[in-house]
Design a protein. Structure first.
Length: 501
């Protein structure tokens, strides 16, 4: 069973100045020496160091108070989530899944061994509460199989669980004043890899050139979405809040980009990939859509006076929603472990490493991207105008839903074109986002009413009153009607939103 810990720390290079006295800094009442621990860690990665390239570390460590397997995933600069698993001879399955989107089928190998003598101190307040840990680590690094080695001393300051990050900033000022320099390496492993790399690998990674052509801009946008999908994979597996939704949005952005810029990318290559992205988005949405709908109906039920709630409405709604186990559902993890999903990731990599560019991709971006965005907006305009001409009912609901989908596509196309089209694209993105929200409220009401009809029928068949379901249904009708009343005015003020492109 893996445990997760949020790690907030800063690293420094230690020189002759050593560690200054930190007593009295930002409420530090005492510095308690905890002795020296001897740590021995072996770091695992693919031969081509895919985890390190993503600032991810996977190690097996003995010694100290937390011996075991540790996987560290970046959250923000200086912030990582450390997922821990008990000590074992091989990489635990609970951790291999969390790096699968990076390594795919490539074998994880022991690459580097780090042995550290850790001189540890606790910084505590006047009540003895731990504020932070400060260690002076004498590190000896060995690249396994090559004999290459390095050694150095560093200072590590780690915030205690629940601590105030402002403490790190205050301690940073004190350390800098004492001549201690922030470490140039993000982690011990990063430094070890750099200092023990074969000479032919000791070169700086080539900086990506700024986008120039229309194809460059589209590929840059696609690369951002591919990176988001890969990076969100472990978060989805861990059921991190909003991760499923964020991954689903990234898949939609990629799929929309393939469709919007068909003059730039060869459809023979991208259409099959778009189909697979649609499949993935659908799988991600199975649990997400029901979760969102449950929240909407539960909130609506909470607003109903208790005197108007007849029968076990909340209980029946909860049964419909289903019990959601801790962590991602086994069904969803199965999708992320599937050969189909991994093949999709490989296909996305292929589009970026060997892009199927058409002739228009080499043209100047302004004209090509602007034309594509205007074309998408034209489709939105036609669908909104069609919906406004229809009477309220199923046909209008369908037209508004189609308009919402095209609105998303136009928004994503404008996002890809924003670096080129500037303020005009930014304005269109804002308009499309507002329209998407408006139409999304309408579609949510359509789905809520469909669910309420189903729940009402089940309750009636069970001999329960359907009154409350009808009440909620009526309120959802009012919410949809409010959108349909607001839409003509909104559209009249925004139907020329793409003219400036």
């Amino acid at each position: 069973m893996a445990d997760t810990k949020r790690e907030i720390e800063r690293k420094y290079e230690s020189d002759e100045s050593g560690l200054p006295d930190l007593t009295g800094v930002a409420g530090v009442a005492a510095v308690i020496h905890k002795g020296v621990a001897h740590l021995d860690a072996t770091y695992y990665d693919t031969e081509d160091e895919r985890l390190a390239a993503s600032s991810i570390t996977l190690r097996r460590r003995t010694g100290g108070t937390d011996a075991g397997w540790h996987l560290k995933l970046p959250v923000a600069p200086g912030v990582r989530d450390e997922i821990q698993a008990p000590l074992s001879g091989t990489v635990p399955g609970s951790l291999t899944g969390l790096v699968r989107s990076r390594v795919r089928d490539t074998e994880l190998l022991p690459l580097v061994r780090l042995r550290s003598d850790r001189d540890l101190r606790h910084l505590v307040d006047a009540d003895g509460l731990l504020l932070a840990e400060v260690s002076v680590d004498a590190v000896r690094a060995e690249r396994l199989g090559t004999g290459a080695s390095a050694q150095w001393t560093e200072i590590e300051v780690e915030l205690a669980d629940g601590g105030d990050p402002a403490l790190l900033a205050t301690l940073d000022k004190r350390l800098r004043k004492a001549g201690v320099r922030p470490s140039a390496a993000a982690s011990k492993l990063a430094r070890a890899l750099a200092e023990t790399a074969p000479k032919k690998k000791r070169r700086k990674e080539k900086t990506s050139e700024a986008p120039v052509t229309a194809g460059d801009h589209v590929l840059a946008y696609l690369r951002t979405q591919r990176d988001a999908i890969v990076a969100l994979d472990p978060a989805v597996r861990r059921d991190v809040e909003d991760s499923v939704h964020s991954m689903r949005v990234a898949t939609r952005r990629m799929r929309s980009t393939f469709k919007s810029f068909r003059t730039i990318l060869d459809r023979d290559v991208t259409d099959p990939i778009a189909d697979e992205l649609k499949w993935l988005a659908g799988e991600l949405g199975v649990d997400r859509d029901r979760e969102v709908l449950t929240e909407r109906l539960s909130a609506a039920l909470d607003e109903v006076p208790s005197a108007l709630v007849y029968g076990p409405v909340a209980e029946r709604l909860n049964r419909w929603a289903g019990e959601r186990p801790g962590g991602a559902s086994s069904r969803l993890i199965g999708i992320l472990d599937s050969r189909r999903y991994l093949a999709l990731l490989d296909a996305l990599d292929g589009v970026l490493t060997d892009p199927p560019l058409l002739q228009a991709a080499g043209n100047k971006p302004g004209k090509v991207l602007g034309k594509a965005v205007r074309k998408d907006f034209g489709k939105v305009s036609a669908l909104v105008e069609q919906a406004l001409e229809l009477d309220p009912g199923t046909d209008r609901d369908t037209a508004l839903h189609d308009a919402r989908k095209k609105t998303k596509r136009t928004r994503y196309a404008a996002e890809a074109a924003k670096p080129v089209l500037g303020a005009s694209a930014k304005s269109l993105i804002k308009t499309m986002k507002a329209l998407q929200t408006l139409l999304g409220e309408h579609q949510d009401s359509v789905m809520a009413r469909q669910t309420l009809r189903e729940l009402s029928a089940v309750a009636h068949a069970g001999g329960e009153s359907a009154f409350t379901y009808g009440l909620l249904y009526g309120r959802e009708e009012q919410r949809a009607a409010a959108v349909e009343t607001e839409l003509p005015g909104f559209w009249a003020g925004n139907k020329d939103a793409a003219d400036a492109l």
